[in-house]
Write a protein of this length. Structure first.
Length: 70
C-alpha cells in the first residue's frame, strides 16, 4: 500500500512541477519522479518494521484482576 501512495505522491509532484513551469514537459523528471516515489516509499515501508522487532512482545492484561473486582 505504501508503494501505491509513493507512486501517487511522485506523480502529483511531477504534475505540480509541470503546472508551475518549473520543469519542461520533455524533462526526464516527469517519468522519474513517480518511479522514485514508488521505490522510496517501498524502501521505507520495508525498513519501518525492523525497529519494532527489538521491542518486547506485549502480553494481554490478566483477567484475574477483573474477576476479583466483580
Amino acid at each position: 500500500m505504501a508503494a501505491v501512495f509513493g507512486f501517487l505522491a511522485g506523480l502529483s509532484g511531477a504534475i505540480t512541477l509541470l503546472a508551475f513551469g518549473t520543469i519542461p514537459l520533455e524533462s526526464p523528471l516527469v517519468t522519474l519522479l513517480p518511479i522514485i516515489g514508488l521505490l522510496l516509499a517501498f524502501a521505507l515501508a520495508m525498513w519501518a518494521p525492523i525497529g519494532a522487532a527489538k521491542m518486547p512482545p506485549s502480553t494481554p492484561e490478566s483477567s484475574q484482576a477483573d474477576a476479583d473486582a466483580i
